[in-house]
Design a binder for this molecule. Sequence first.
Ligand code: OSB
Ligand code: MG
Length: 375
Amino acid sequence: MKPLTIEQIELHLIEMPLVHPFETSFGRETVRPCILVSVASDGLIGWGECVAGSGPWYASETVQTAWHVLRDYLIGMVLGQPISAPQEVPELVARVRGHAMARAALENAIWDLVAQAQGVSLATLLGGTRAAVPVGVSVGLEPTIAALLAQVEGFVARGYQRVKLKIKPGQDVQLVRAVRERYPDLLLQVDANSAYTLADTAVFKELDAYQLLLIEQPLHHDDLVDHATLQHELHTPICLDESIQSPEHARWALQLGACRVINIKVGRVGGFTAAMAIHDLCAAQGVPVWCGGMLETNIGRAGNLALASTANFTLPGDISESVRYFAEDVALPNLTLNSDSTITVPDEGGLGVTLDAERLAAVRQQHLVVRASGA
Ligand code: OSB
Ligand code: MG
């Protein structure tokens, strides 16, 4: 491919109200702020979504740290540089330690741009093999079990065949028991977002009786060793989310036996290049992966579908319909659930979704435009 030169980069900080509050062991959210990154070259515009949240709860990054690192460091490392393949972007920004979500947003916008320039879908550029991706829904903590069952009922009626329940100490086994009694055959899994320690091993041994697909990130967000200890005590596979921050973490986790499944979030690991490296490592070792979610707009969702179309994403992803979170998305078309609990992977050039200028203007809080010198 003839190299592209990035002529202009824009940051758009938007705030999207949630249709229903989303509560996890680390907090309750009613609004989703996020940064969209756009990169322009030769008349094309690529888009990436930064999944950092309002506060440093799930991860240490926030929308404001990501804005700072993008504006003051990352943009300058990429602007005006000739780029022949999106896999070159990690090398261009290699001086930046951490800040994976900021790095991912910029790299992923360039993946979209390169796919458009080549006239292929992002799924094709990533090596996707599936036209539609099995998906599930992540259900937050609710004030009562009745309210939780009502949420699950709505999603099952909508057609989701896999449900993930958020758990925390005091709201765990009884939630799983209630949902399992009502839905004996539902594909069910739980996510603790690091709320437990090895002292809670008995809780996980109890959960072993409920045919869960997996138990996601039960222990400390930065731990591999205690997870290995816990995994040896359980029949249910442990799936790591927060603990896997790079392909190296994935290799260490598998070597230690800290998990039997990995949740890949493109923002958490720093972009599609790292996400595919983890995919390939897991595929070589026979370890299934699935695509996590971060309450994305359709920009992030389209990217997640493209990623999850690759071969080793064999478990349903947290890639629900955008309407599960937002009344109106900033990018269209809305990606909708098929009757078999899959979502069709866009097959047009790049991401296959486009920004709605009016909606973007309506939800945008901050905007930055940076042009390459001489462009
Ligand atoms: O741990 O997977 C998680 C949302 C925000 C932060 C962390 C997580 C989540 C979810 C929601 O579970 C997944 C989604 O539907 O986007
Ligand atoms: Mg998780």
